[in-house]
Design a protein around this ligand. Structure first.
Ligand code: FO1
Length: 339
C-alpha cells in the first residue's frame, strides 16, 4: 500500500522541524521527513566522521544525507552514489595507492569540488547549501559545525581515527572509549543556531543513527547541545536498535563493549535529560515500561520509501502530542553528572 504524501495542511506544515542525523539510518528517516515537510525541514548532520584522504576533504555523513534526499544514493550500501563507476579507484590501485576507502567516480566530483571550495575559503555550510540547491533538495542539510571535529576511537588495537576504525578495520577492534577531538572548542554555525531557535520550530527528531558514534559528536559541541536543550520544543529520539540488533553498523557491538545492554532501554537512557519522548520498535514491545519518558511503539525498520514516510509521520505526530519538559537543561546536566 502506498502511503499518501500529506496533501491537506496538518499541524506539521505550520511549523519547522529539525532532525539530528548521522549517516545511513539518519538519512533514511530524513528522507521520510523531507517528503512530508519539504523546505520546513533542517537536517543537522554529524561531521565527526570527516577526514582528509588522498588530499581530499571527505564528509561522508553530509554526502549520505545529500545523496539520499536527492534520490542519488546507492540503495545497496546506503552511502555513495547509485550507478557508480570505479575507474579512479582502479587507477589508484594500479599505482599502489590506498584502496580501503572506496571513492566512486561520480562521488569523487563532490570531494574534489568541496576540497577546492574549502581551500578557496568557502565554509562547509555554504558548500552544502549550494550542493543542495544544485541537486534540487528543498530541505536544508547543514553540517553540525564549520569547525574541525574528529571522532577518534580508543580500542584494544590502539587509538584509531574514525574511518580507520569503521572502514579500514571494519569495526573489528574492541571499543574502550570514543572521543570527539575539537568538539569542546567548536561552534555551531549560524544556520544551526537559527534552526534550533526558530520561533516556528515544532520539534527536534534525533534520527535512528548510532548514538555513540553519530549523534554524540553533535551533542559534544557545547553550543549545539545547549541550543537543543534551550529550544523549548519537544525532542524525541528514534531507536537504532531493534530486537537487540543494530539495523546497520556496529551500535550493538559497541554497546556490549561499553558494558551496555544493546536495547531500546539503554538507548533511551543514553539520551536521558535530553529527550521528551522515545520511539521504539514494535518488536521491543514491553520495554516501554522501563523507559522514563513517553514512548511511541511502531515499526521503525525502513525498507521502503513508504516505511520512511510512515515512520516520519508517526514521529511528527508523536512530537506534536508532547510538551517539552521544563528544566530540561538542568535535568540533562544532572543526568550527565550522575552517569
Ligand atoms: N563505508 C564503507 O564501509 N566502505 C567504504 O569504502 C566507504 C566509502 C565511502 C565513500 C564516501 C562516502 O561518503 C562514504 C563512504 N562510506 C564507506 C561510508 C562511511 O564511511 C560511513 O558509513 C559513515 O562514515 C558512517 O556513518
Amino acid at each position: 500500500m502506498s502511503v499518501p504524501v500529506e496533501r491537506t495542511k496538518s499541524g506539521f506544515h505550520q511549523r519547522r522541524w529539525v532532525a539530528l542525523s548521522g549517516g545511513v539510518g539518519g538519512a533514511k528517516l530524513s528522507l521520510g521527513l523531507a517528503r512530508i515537510l519539504g523546505d520546513r525541514l533542517t537536517v543537522i548532520v554529524n561531521t565527526g566522521d570527516d577526514f582528509e584522504h588522498l588530499g581530499l576533504h571527505i564528509s561522508p555523513d553530509v554526502d549520505t544525507a545529500i545523496y539520499t534526499l536527492a534520490g542519488l544514493v546507492n540503495p545497496e550500501t546506503g552511502w555513495g552514489r547509485r550507478d557508480e563507476t570505479w575507474t579512479f579507484m582502479s587507477a589508484i590501485a594500479q599505482l599502489g595507492g590506498p584502496t580501503w576507502f572506496k571513492l566512486g567516480d561520480a562521488d569523487l566530483g563532490m570531494h574534489v569540488e568541496r576540497t577546492h571550495r574549502l581551500r578557496a575559503g568557502e565554509s562547509l555550510t555554504a558548500f552544502c547549501a549550494d550542493a543542495c540547491r544544485r541537486f534540487g533538495i528543498a530541505a536544508c542539510v547543514i553540517p553540525m559545525s564549520d569547525d574541525r571535529v574528529r571522532t577518534v576511537v580508543d580500542t584494544d588495537r590502539g587509538t584509531l581515527a574514525f574511518q580507520e576504525y569503521f572502514v579500514r578495520e571494519q569495526c573489528q577492534p574492541t571499543v574502550r572509549s570514543i572521543r570527539f577531538h575539537g568538539a569542546e572548542g567548536a561552534r555551531p554555525s549560524a544556520p544551526v543556531l537559527a534552526a534550533l531557535a526558530d520561533p516556528e520550530l515544532g520539534g527536534i527528531v534525533v534520527c535512528p543513527s548510532n548514538p555513540f558514534l553519530s549523534i554524540d559528536p553533535l551533542l559534544a559541541i557545547p553550543g549545539l547541545r545547549d541550543a537543543v536543550l534551550a529550544s523549548g520544543v519537544p525532542v524525541i529520539a528514534v531507536t537504532p536498535i531493534i530486537a537487540g540488533r543494530a539495523v546497520k553498523g556496529p551500535a550493538a557491538k559497541i554497546m556490549r563493549e561499553l558494558g551496555l545492554e544493546p536495547d531500546a532501554v539503554s538507548i533511551s537512557g543514553h539520551y536521558r535529560g535530553l529527550i521528551d519522548g522515545f520511539v521504539l520498535d514494535a518488536c521491543d514491545t514491553g520495554q516501554e515500561r522501563q523507559i522514563g519518558v513517553p514512548t511511541l511503539v511502531v515499526n521503525t525498520l525502513m525498507r521502503t520509501l513508504d516505511d520512511k514516510i510512515e515512520l516520519a509521520r508517526a514521529c511528527l505526530g508523536f512530537c506534536e502530542r508532547l510538551v517539552a519538559r521544563p528544566g530540561r537543561a538542568q535535568a540533562h546536566a544532572r543526568a550527565k553528572a550522575g552517569s
